[in-house]
Design a protein around this ligand. Sequence first.
Ligand SMILES: [Zn+2]
Ligand SMILES: [Zn+2]
Length: 121
Amino acid sequence: MLELVWRSHAPVGAYEILEALRKYGAAAAPPTVYRALDFLMEQGLVHRIESRNAFAGCPQPEQHHVAQYLLCEGCGDAVEIEVGGLARRIANRAAEIGFIVAAQTVEARGLCRRCQQTAPA
Ligand SMILES: [Zn+2]
Ligand SMILES: [Zn+2]
């Protein structure tokens, strides 16, 4: 039922998911949707984009990983990148000061190539 999130690699807000489900005639209550999203995140099919309170499908769900995101402020696009070893380095550094990382999201904001071309100089 939540195919719509992981099919679309553009970020989708939880509210939009509810709306879309309603269109299909599914009477989905918010807790149901959040539970389903939690499940998809545990499976690594979906990542949460914290700053937008949105969710995006993962293009490489086979391999469990922590995603980094490039978020375009022009068109709202979100591109998932994986910077090798970054998540582990953050976790290791945190451990050095006695901090246990439960979840981490690295988000970089800026302009995508397309928006740079259309933006006024
Ligand atoms: Zn991913
Ligand atoms: Zn853009």
